[in-house]
Design a protein around this ligand. Structure first.
Ligand code: S3P
Length: 172
């Protein structure tokens, strides 16, 4: 299980921290949304517009199936990856899974200016973040081997916390 999957809400820092974790470990870094955009040549927003959320989720699951089993890689997943039971199972068997926990309040602040995420292009963004959090927080916890609470920490400190947590919960 020599790979890491970072899971958590939009805006929790999966991409930024994943890149740093990969760099310090000398591992590959892969970002699900970026990979899907690169392969399709269009934005995630465009895929949601044309294929709907279901079409995007199919692409996400296909990519996960492809990535599972890959060694020495850090993956930044999309925030909705835990919605499908199949994905949760694939994640847990595919590597160490780390939930980056950030409160909905802080997420709302971080995502205030976002124009990239289709689910947030709504009038009441805070309410959407809150309801997605209520639905997904239990799924992230159910899927993760390790939960790291990140509120207000610097990226460097967050990476240290994650590494410390991982070495304290080695796979049996
Ligand atoms: C989504 C999160 C996004 C992206 C898509 C849907 C979600 O990824 O996959 O907009 O359902 O939470 P990030 O978590 O990297 O923003």
């Amino acid at each position: 299980m020599e790979s890491l999957f970072l899971i958590g809400m939009m805006g929790c820092g999966k991409t930024t921290l994943g890149r740093q974790l990969a760099r310090t470990r000398g591992w590959d870094f892969l970002d699900f949304d970026a990979e899907i955009e690169q392969r399709t040549g269009v934005s995630v927003r465009h895929i949601f517009d044309v294929e709907g959320e279901a079409g995007f989720r199919d692409r996400e699951t296909a990519l996960l199936r492809e990535f599972v089993g890959r060694e020495h890689a850090v993956f930044a997943t999309g925030g909705g990856i835990v919605l499908r039971p199949e994905n949760r199972e694939l994640l847990r068997t595919g590597g160490r899974v780390v939930y980056l926990h950030v409160t909905p309040r802080e997420l709302a602040l971080r995502l205030k200016q976002d124009t990239r995420r289709p689910l947030l292009q709504v009038a009441d963004r805070e309410a959407v973040i809150e309801s997605l959090y209520q639905l997904r927080d239990p799924l992230y916890r159910e899927t993760a081997h390790l939960v790291v609470a990140l509120g207000g920490r610097s990226a460097r400190h967050s990476v240290e916390l994650i590494e410390r947590g991982l070495s304290a919960c080695q796979p049996s």
